[in-house]
Design a protein. Structure first.
Length: 255
C-alpha cells in the first residue's frame, strides 16, 4: 500500500503556477510521494503541474472532480490525467438529476460511455461516493447498486463517508475487494509524548519548538470531518488549537 495525499485538501490556494510548485515542494518535505489531483485552478497548465511533480519526485495516480464537472470539461481532465501519468479518472457524487431508480440506470449508461472514451487512452474510470450517495434513492443503497450493475467500475473509497452510511463497513470492503484501488481516510493520533501520526504515518515537524501533548481533551485517534482541517500551533505545550473541543477542526475555507 502506498500512502499519499489528495491535493484538494489545499483548495482554494492552488490558483497559480507558482502556488502549485510551492505547495508540491512542501508536500515533498512532509514525505509525500504520491498524490491524487483535484481542484487545481484550470488556468494552471497541465505541463506545469507535471513539471512540479517531476521536480519533487512525486507521482499522481488520479485526477478527481465532481461527475458533472468532468462531464462538462471532459477534455481538460483527460489531458491533465495524461500529462501527469495518472491511471484513474475519478468522478464523485451521483448527480441530483439521476437520483431515482431509473436515474441510476442512466448514470451507469453515462459512466460506460465515459469509460469507452477512456479506453483508447489507457485510463480507467473510478467512482468516489460521498455520504449522500449511499441514501440518494429511497429503499436502495445506490452505491451498492452501481457496483453490482457495473462490474467494470472501480471505487475510490472514502472511509469517512462510508462510516456515516454503512453499518457493516468491514463487510462492504470485503465485498468489493479487488475493485478499491484508492482509499481516503482522515485520522489524527497524538502520542503522550506529543508525536503526531496522520493516517498511521509519523508526521515530521522540524518547525515546532518541542513535542508535547499539551491541552488535549479530544478522543484519539481523531477522525477529521470532511471539509475540515486539524490545526496545531508550533508551541505545542501551550497552544490552544484543534486538540481541544473549545477550538476543534476549522473549515478548510478559513485556512
Amino acid at each position: 500500500m502506498e500512502n499519499g495525499i489528495q491535493v484538494s485538501s489545499l483548495k482554494p490556494l492552488l490558483l497559480t503556477t507558482d502556488q502549485v510548485h510551492e505547495a508540491f515542494a512542501k508536500m515533498r518535505c512532509l514525505g509525500c510521494k504520491t498524490v491524487q489531483l483535484q481542484w487545481i485552478d484550470p488556468s494552471v497548465p497541465a505541463d506545469e503541474i507535471a513539471r512540479a511533480l517531476k521536480e519533487n519526485h512525486m507521482v499522481s495516480v488520479s485526477v478527481q472532480d465532481f461527475y458533472e464537472s468532468v462531464l462538462e470539461n471532459f477534455g481538460y481532465y483527460v489531458q491533465l490525467n495524461a500529462a501527469t501519468n495518472g491511471t484513474w479518472l475519478c468522478v464523485s457524487r451521483i448527480p441530483e438529476r439521476l437520483k431515482s431508480p431509473e436515474g441510476l440506470d442512466s448514470y451507469i449508461a453515462e459512466l460506460r460511455e465515459m469509460q469507452k472514451k477512456l479506453d483508447p487512452l489507457g485510463q480507467k474510470l473510478c467512482f468516489h461516493p460521498v455520504s449522500g450517495d449511499y441514501t440518494a434513492v429511497p429503499g436502495i443503497n445506490a452505491v451498492e447498486y452501481l457496483m453490482e450493475h457495473m462490474p467494470e467500475l472501480d471505487i475510490c473509497l472514502d472511509l469517512y463517508h462510508l462510516n456515516r452510511n454503512c453499518a457493516d463497513m468491514p463487510g462492504f470492503i470485503r465485498r468489493w475487494a479487488g475493485r478499491i484501488p484508492m482509499v481516503h481516510f482522515k485520522d489524527c493520533r497524538i502520542n503522550p509524548d506529543g508525536t503526531v501520526y496522520l493516517n498511521g504515518t509519523e508526521l515530521q515537524e522540524p518547525y515546532i519548538q518541542e513535542k508535547a501533548l499539551g491541552e488535549c481533551n479530544i478522543e484519539l485517534p481523531y477522525q477529521v470531518p470532511d471539509g475540515k482541517v486539524f490545526v496545531m500551533g508550533d508551541d505545542r505545550a501551550v497552544s490552544l488549537d484543534s486538540r481541544t473541543t473549545a477550538v476543534g477542526p476549522v473549515s478548510s475555507e478559513q485556512v
